[in-house]
Design a protein around this ligand. Structure first.
Ligand code: FES
Ligand code: FES
Length: 154
């Protein structure tokens, strides 16, 4: 076991874990930040997506030792009160069904907008098609994503 100092949602967290423990499990099992979900564990579904220095990253395959020194943002840190334009758009459209994939959806969109504030249709499709939704809410995700992008470019 080793001690790691992580910057998560603007706070420093000192955690003891194996160096190769995926960040996902540090977040969920050690820090109780359970908004980040486990879907596949092999970087295929996107449920575990968080921001690492602003980029959307799959935390199930990121060893905690590689996250040291980066600013990590989870769904809990997207806004203090659910008022981030992405969260407001998701609520306005009523996107979630079971909800399980939705933090990964929102963090993926947040990462895209960080890099491309006004993404093209193709960029939006390319980014969001990488995050699976078993409930098939893709239509509403797209509608809410366009709403959020619009709001963030006012
Ligand atoms: S749990 Fe990480 S991509 Fe599926
Ligand atoms: S809302 Fe159920 S998996 Fe996406």
């Amino acid at each position: 076991m080793s001690l790691f100092s992580l910057q998560i949602n603007g706070h420093t967290h000192n955690v003891e874990s194996e160096p190769d423990m995926p960040l996902l499990w540090v977040l969920r099992d050690i820090l109780d930040l359970t908004g980040t979900k486990f879907g596949c564990g092999v970087a295929s579904c996107g449920a575990c997506t968080v921001l690492v220095d602003g980029d959307a990253v799959r935390s199930c395959v990121l060893p905690v030792q590689n996250a040291v020194g980066s600013a990590i943002t989870t769904i809990e840190g997207l806004s203090p009160d659910g008022a981030h334009p992405i969260q407001k758009a998701w609520e306005a459209v009523g996107v979630p069904q079971c909800g399980y994939c939705q933090s990964g959806q929102m963090m993926t969109l947040a990462g895209l907008i960080n890099r491309h504030p006004k993404p093209s249709e193709a960029e939006l499709s390319a980014a969001m098609s990488q995050v699976l939704c078993r409930c098939g809410t893709y239509h509403r995700i797209r509608q809410a994503a366009l709403m959020a992008i619009d709001a963030m470019n006012q």
